[in-house]
Design a protein around this ligand. Structure first.
Ligand code: NAD
Ligand code: GLY
Length: 376
């Protein structure tokens, strides 16, 4: 990772012939054409953005690409998770194909995790695979979803069940785009930043505890360090285990609980993904403590920090959750094997491990206690 005061940070993702850079800096969009050009196989690009992001950044980016001699069509998809449905995906594929693309065309995903996931998946299947570039505009997408090549759409059987591992050619994380992001979305993205510290870097976690509020408030130097460090840690994991056979599972810390909460609340605005992850990480800290690994103070410290940065630390704002409703989601988790429950837990702050064969009754009891604490 290189850094200078006035230049973007460059974070390499080392994957042999499929290696790429993540650029993290303020105002990258203004220079996007020059940054993108060296990565194109032909000047033909298709820019895809959701409606909200297109309105803010779509036309200026397209105009910049055109003025640098590239061809660029802009496709606008609806904002929100429904864009990851089969129907919406088919519409997107046909809209792109109707433009008469060829194998050297590059797709550019401009937006949050929804656009990044769906455009990445489209790139992986169109003409049996064409290039794509990620320009993430949410904090969550900048620190997580745009990096590492997981692409997906949703099925009636669950979220992200249809997808591919398919790496982008370049990721441009322009921190200035976060200025227009609602505070709640910023806090949600910060949940994933904290995760990296908890699973693999205790020093970074302590820094987050001191500067979380600065990061969520988008203080430039803190946001840049948080995004670049998060990308660097994710790049390290992805380089070691691209297809999640081993250490990449750590990235799911708190997510098994989170997915159950999201499934029960409809994967919508009642509970954003990063908010669910925040609550899930607290539950995973309790589990790690009950397994005899970390002290109870780790969970208490996390709870206080989540509250201080505007993230939920319990399910009190989600009435009606029960153990009976939550438990079946764990059996459907991608990490479960032959009915046994596997969870990512902390052996220490900064040291994650996958704990296998946890008795469902153990999890049910933990949930019962935490639901009672939440609902008083
Ligand atoms: P999102 O893409 O829906 O964006 C959230 C909202 O913010 C949308 O309404 C969007 O229009 C708006 N928005 C985006 N950028 C903006 C900006 N700069 N200013 C103003 N508004 C802006 O949600 P998300 O939280 O970015 O991503 C969630 C998705 O990411 C989920 O589908 C999840 O499954 C996926 N995900 C994927 C991975 C992965 O590894 N591929 C990891 C985590 C999450
Ligand atoms: N977001 C989890 C992963 O990329 O593996």
């Amino acid at each position: 990772m290189t850094n200078t005061m006035n230049n973007p940070v460059r974070v390499p993702v080392a994957l042999g012939g499929r290696s790429y850079d993540i650029m993290v800096g303020h105002g990258l969009l203004a220079n996007a054409a020059a940054l993108i050009a060296p990565h194109l196989r032909s000047p033909r690009t298709v820019l895809i953005a959701d409606a909200a992001v297109a309105k803010l950044y779509g036309e200026p980016l397209r105009a910049s690409l055109l003025s640098h001699g590239m061809a660029c069509e802009l496709i606008i998809v609806p904002s929100g998770e429904a864009t990851k449905s089969f129907n919406a995906f088919e519409t997107l594929l046909n809209t792109i194909l109707a433009l008469g693309i060829d194998r050297k065309t590059t797709l550019i995903a401009l937006g949050g995790g929804v656009v990044g996931d769906v455009v990445g998946f489209a790139a992986s299947v169109l003409l049996r695979g064409i290039d794509f570039i990620q320009i993430p505009t949410t904090l969550l997408a900048q620190v997580d979803s745009s990096v590492g090549g997981k692409t997906a759409i949703n099925s009636v059987h669950g979220k992200n069940l249809v997808g591919s591992f398919y790496q982008p050619r370049l990721v441009l994380a322009d921190l200035a785009t976060l200025d227009s992001l609602p505070p709640r979305e910023r806090a949600a993205g910060y949940g994933e930043v904290l995760k990296y510290g908890l699973i693999m870097n205790a020093e970074f976690y302590q820094w987050c505890l001191r500067h979380g509020a600065d990061i969520v408030a988008l203080q430039p130097e803190y946001t840049q360090r948080a995004v670049a460090a998060s990308c660097s840690m994710k790049a390290d994991i992805v380089a070691r285990d691209e297809q999640e056979n081993d250490v990449r599972a750590w990235l799911n810390f708190g997510h098994t609980f989170a997915h159950a909460l999201e499934a029960e609340t409809g994967f919508g605005s009642a509970l954003l993904h990063g908010e669910a992850v925040a609550i899930g990480m607290r539950m995973a800290c309790r589990l790690s403590h009950q397994l005899g690994y970390i002290g109870a103070q780790v969970e208490e410290q996390l709870k206080q920090h989540l509250q201080a940065v505007g993230l939920p630390a319990d399910v009190s704002m989600l009435p009606g959750l029960t153990v009976e409703r939550l438990m079946p989601h764990f059996a459907r988790d991608k990490k479960s094997e032959n009915g046994a429950l596997n969870f990512v837990v902390l052996q220490a702050v900064g040291q994650a491990v996958v704990q296998k064969n946890i008795a469902p009754e153990f999890i049910a009891q933990l949930l019962q206690t935490m639901l009672e604490e939440s609902y008083g």
